[in-house]
Design a binder for this molecule. Sequence first.
Ligand code: ADP
Ligand code: MG
Length: 222
Amino acid sequence: MIEVRNVTKSYRSGAGNVDVLRGVTCEFVEGSCSFILGPSGSGKSTLLYLLGALDLPTSGEIVFGGRSLGKLSAGQQNLFRRHEVGFVFQSFNLLKNLDALNNTLVPFIAEGCTPELRRRAGELLDRVGLQNRWHHRPSQLSGGEQQRVAIARAVLKQPRVILADEPTGELDSDSGRVVFELLRELQQEQGATVITVTHDDRYLRDTDQILRLENGRLSTKT
Ligand code: ADP
Ligand code: MG
């Protein structure tokens, strides 16, 4: 269970404080699939970064499986991000000099890739439909294929939560549908909690929770 308790986030800028999140309270049941919708600038990415401990709230707290993220030491936060969270970004964030297989293994490069990890990475690429693309570099892959590599990379560490920020923002609608279906299937197979930010509301039928952010505040829909 992930609990967001009265979270605010303000950024200090030259012109004063910008209040991006203005008291957000919600929860994400373990193993569920949620979408966060809302117009551009409403604070969606900010909330997702806080959920992944890439940044901390100005006030309020985020409690992940009983641990308040803000109370973890810097080292514990780092371990949390590395082992428990899988990120998928709009712009894929693949390394252009590595092939699909090695991009999938990037989170493990520092620790060393065991043969078992390489085997699982290949299995995951097959699983996301890239069985003939292991040794293609990003420039040799379509946008939808690159995003599937990014998903395989996020899933390889078997994270407890997958955070996806506009994962279909740069994809045509067919590739977008594949990406949503894949996230849903992997969530059901692996039991991860999946939280997806999108303003693509075409694929929202099969989901547990839809949250709508507007101007830093949340209104719950269904
Ligand atoms: P969304 O993802 O819904 O489009 P964001 O969470 O990215 O919205 O941003 C919400 C608001 O916060 C925007 O007005 C943005 O300019 C501002 N913002 C985001 N990050 C920063 C930052 N690091 N410093 C200052 N302002 C920021
Ligand atoms: Mg955003």
